[in-house]
Design a protein. Sequence first.
Length: 223
Amino acid sequence: MFERVAVIGRGRVGSAVAERLNQRGLRVVNRPYQQDADLVVFCVPDGAIASESAQVTPGPWVAHVSGATPLSALSPHVRRFGVHPLQTFTRSRGAEQLDGAWAAVTAENSEGRDRGRWLGETLGLRPFDLDDRQRTLYHAGAVVASNYLVTLYRAASRLVAAAGAPPEALIPLMQRTIENGFELTGPIARGDRATVDAHLSELDSRASDLADMYRALAAVTRP
């Protein structure tokens, strides 16, 4: 569908995207050669998408990989779509980070959706359609699942370390919770209010800044 792709931005996501496109045999071009590309993919910070898009002469298809940014940021282009890899990336790894992850495809017509799905599949992703108007709610869910998992691990590590236990012991527990399909266990699942109250009492005295977080999580976890 596309043969020459300009990847603008070579950060954590852009580097993986460019590497994978090269692996698939596409010609990946850089900024000075945008005029040779039939697709321009913006892998830049969200706040830079609009300004970078405005620098590209209309003609080729354009796309961004942002989860939070609406397609209107790609104006003045009308041949546009979005492909957001629902994955977290690090510079220490390569294109294999894309393998098997899902990807939200947003477009304003079937032509754009077809191209978005093509790009997603070419990258090794599992594309699904997302209404551009639902993007903010979708991205909030992604942030809770990924970013706040980091917050939870950091909070749990503090408590475990303060008790004299190794924080790294939590990692197999967290991994198994995912492997078990997020089946809820523990005091809330058992209806053990006495244990929850004991936790809160200890947090109030020894880690008061985490007590409100525990209460909020318990409230939304309670069956």
